[in-house]
Design a protein around this ligand. Structure first.
Ligand SMILES: *[C@@H]1O[C@H](CO)[C@@H](O)[C@H](O)[C@H]1NC(C)=O
Ligand SMILES: *[C@@H]1O[C@H](CO)[C@@H](O)[C@H](O)[C@H]1NC(C)=O
Ligand SMILES: *[C@@H]1O[C@H](CO)[C@@H](O)[C@H](O)[C@H]1NC(C)=O
Ligand SMILES: *[C@@H]1O[C@H](CO)[C@@H](O)[C@H](O)[C@H]1NC(C)=O
Ligand SMILES: *[C@@H]1O[C@H](CO)[C@@H](O)[C@H](O)[C@H]1NC(C)=O
Ligand SMILES: *[C@@H]1O[C@H](CO)[C@@H](O)[C@H](O)[C@H]1NC(C)=O
Length: 576
């Protein structure tokens, strides 16, 4: 008996030791861009304000020469002085941005028809200016990146890309959904098709779509919007040949999410399979290296491990919401705490599951179109299972809405996030959605310049007081699809608010921003790890879509909206 007890003890010790020593892969395999002493010392020396700057630099010579030169340099002293580091970087690295060539989209033209739908003259002129911005944001990668990939962190894409702008000088995944929708309104179908081709190419290479077009993003994804990009393109062009070619890759991406990003949740004795963001990759993010190091410095022994926190930060980046109180889980399992409580992988997100439900229905329709009835049937069943899972795990009857589910506590996070209404946008719900308006009771609609990302002011950029274009758009589109005049009216009022704040910011700064302040009357948003960026892909795409949909009634002046909205809100409160 003693022997067996010892055996059991030995077994558990082994298990523990092997768990402690799980070796996670690094963000990528490059000893310069993702791991190693050069990255570590250059980033810690803070040679540049933004950590992304160094990892976007091009190598002037082959990586092994640079590694050997650094070894020589550090043989004098393992920690190289800041002056010598700067000299070293100047000698072997080129400043970022040289891997692109000037490119003007050949399918750009000056008279897209949607402009005619915009009644307000000032808004119409502004829409034309936004339409012009595609020419500045379109870029083509030089062939040298394809010939010598070892010299670049940039991932080669065969077709030109429309980038978000600012520090985001390469392709990004979920941003591109709104960019492509904007391009389609601008009648730039070839540019849109090329962008989708780039994503299909990434699936061939990685088995999924990475967060963005840099190798340090290659082991994490972003909200999977590719199927919906293809849907937008197909609706605009009816290009069946393209759909047939894309479909196997869309299936492959869907399998990746189901195999590598899903979790089984048991509620009331039934098992449900839902999805989450989860990135089993160790080490700090190369592009935010010192932020990640500083954050774990404060961790005391016995608390969450460094490696766990770094994984959850990457999962936060994968969610697109980097960063937010939405992913905070404190030691009591509550949705509170601070940045070092980020536990993204322990939360089942409402928006990701709504998106995948819409994806399943869209893939079913695509397979039906292609005559693959058996596959269509499989996706339809997957969508039905998803709907049951969303009902069982995410729906809350008292509140009349959906909420993120916490895997650690087994409870929902009952705070306001616009993502709570994503099932409306996805058309993936079975409950009467009338009382989703109870959410308005949360106060989220009271702000003059958009719906905030949350009602918590954490200092993170995906929180109050910031409002983000994709969230405004999904909320407005979701409400506009609810079969209720009141919901449609709220959607229209939100569109008016959003367009007016974008417009005011444009007049004041002659720029489109990535995010705005809900109280700022055209002031850009702030907070987070970097300065607010201009450009800006998804902002332009969302503005064009709203101007297209509501162009007949939107105005640039400020008359008339507020009293109407107040009246509506009071009606809604009595309704719920
Ligand atoms: C590193 O030092 C060795 C020995 O002195 C030398 O042969 C080599 O060229 C150096 N490497 C570089 C890249 O400077
Ligand atoms: C998905 O997970 C499997 C193991 O379950 C692993 O072999 C595979 O590499 C993962 N795929 C990707 C693209 O990370
Ligand atoms: C579990 O099932 C019971 C009986 O059907 C129901 O009343 C209850 O609300 C369910 N609980 C959850 C968390 O769904
Ligand atoms: C997390 O950060 C907070 C605020 O910066 C700090 O007070 C706390 O000690 C940190 N927690 C741990 C476990 O290190
Ligand atoms: C950190 O660990 C200590 C002791 O193990 C515990 O009391 C404390 O609650 C933990 N803090 C967090 C934020 O997890
Ligand atoms: C597939 O479904 C379509 C429409 O439901 C039907 O017309 C067609 O005959 C089916 N094809 C096969 C091979 O079952």
């Amino acid at each position: 008996a003693k022997m067996s007890r010892l055996l059991v003890l030995w077994f558990f010790t082994l298990l523990l030791v092997s768990c402690e020593n799980v070796v996670l892969p690094p963000p990528c395999d490059s000893d310069i861009y993702c791991t190693g002493p050069i990255l570590d010392q250059v980033q810690r020396a803070k040679l540049y304000d933004d950590d992304k700057y160094f990892v976007d630099m091009k190598l002037k010579v082959q990586p092994d020469i640079i590694l050997s030169a650094f070894q020589n340099l550090s043989s004098e002293s393992p920690t190289v002085s800041v002056e010598k580091l700067q000299e070293f970087v100047n000698m072997y690295f080129e400043k970022p941005g040289t891997e692109w060539e000037q490119w003007t989209p050949p399918d750009w033209h000056s008279k897209p028809t949607f402009l005619n739908k915009i009644t307000d003259k000032q808004l119409r002129e502004w829409a034309f200016n936004i339409h012009q911005l595609w020419k500045l944001l379109g870029k083509k990668i030089q062939n040298s990146v394809n010939d010598h990939p070892e010299l670049y962190s940039l991932i080669y894409s065969p077709y030109p890309v429309v980038v978000p702008g600012g520090r985001f000088r390469e392709l990004y995944y979920w941003d591109s959904y709104w960019v492509i929708n904007g391009l389609l309104l601008s009648e730039m179908t070839d540019t849109a098709k090329g962008m989708i081709h780039n994503f299909l190419h990434l699936i061939d290479r990685y088995g999924f779509v990475p967060n963005g077009g840099r190798i340090y993003y290659e082991r994490r994804s972003q909200p999977p919007f590719l199927t919906l990009m293809v849907e937008s393109y197909y609706q605009a062009t009816k290009d069946e040949e393209f759909l047939r070619a894309a479909l196997p890759r869309l299936d492959q991406e869907y399998s990746f999410w189901m195999q590598n990003r899903s979790v089984s949740v048991s509620v009331n004795g039934s098992e449900h399979r839902l999805n989450r963001f989860e990135v089993p990759v160790g080490l700090p993010r190369p592009e935010s290296y010192t932020d990640d190091l500083e954050l774990v410095e404060g961790l005391s022994e016995g608390n969450i491990s460094k490696q766990q926190l770094w994984m959850d930060l990457k999962a936060g980046a994968e969610s697109g919401w980097d960063f937010t109180s939405r992913w905070f889980v404190d030691s009591n399992g509550q949705n509170s705490g601070s940045f070092n409580n980020t536990r993204t992988s322990q939360i089942v997100p409402t928006d990701l599951n709504a998106l995948l439900c819409r994806t399943e229905k869209t893939l079913a329709a695509f397979h039906q179109t292609m005559g693959n009835n058996a596959s269509a049937e499989q996706y339809e069943r997957a969508a039905e299972r998803r709907l049951r899972a969303i009902d069982a795990v995410l729906w809350n009857d008292q509140q009349g809405a959906w909420f993120d589910y916490n895997l650690l506590s087994g409870r929902k996070h009952l705070d306001f996030y616009p993502s709570n209404l994503a099932p409306l946008w996805a058309q993936c719900y079975s409950h009467d959605p009338v009382c989703v308006f109870a959410l308005q009771g949360s106060g989220a609609l009271q702000f003059p310049n958009g719906v905030p990302t949350s009602l918590k002011e954490s200092g993170q950029q995906w929180d109050y007081p910031n409002a983000w274009p994709p969230l405004q758009h999904m909320l407005i589109e979701g409400l506009s699809k609810v079969p209720s005049e009141d919901a449609k009216q709220i959607a229209e009022d939100l569109a008016q608010k959003w367009i007016r704040s974008n417009w005011k910011a444009y007049i004041a700064h002659e720029a489109m921003f990535e995010k705005y302040d809900v109280n700022g009357d055209g002031k850009p948003g702030g907070g987070g790890e970097y300065e607010v960026q201009l450009g800006f892909g998804w902002t332009n795409g969302v503005a064009l879509q709203l101007l297209d949909q509501y162009g007949a009634t939107l105005t640039s002046g400020s008359r008339g909206v507020c009293p109407g909205l107040l009246l509506l809100l009071s009606v809604l409160f009595t309704l719920c």
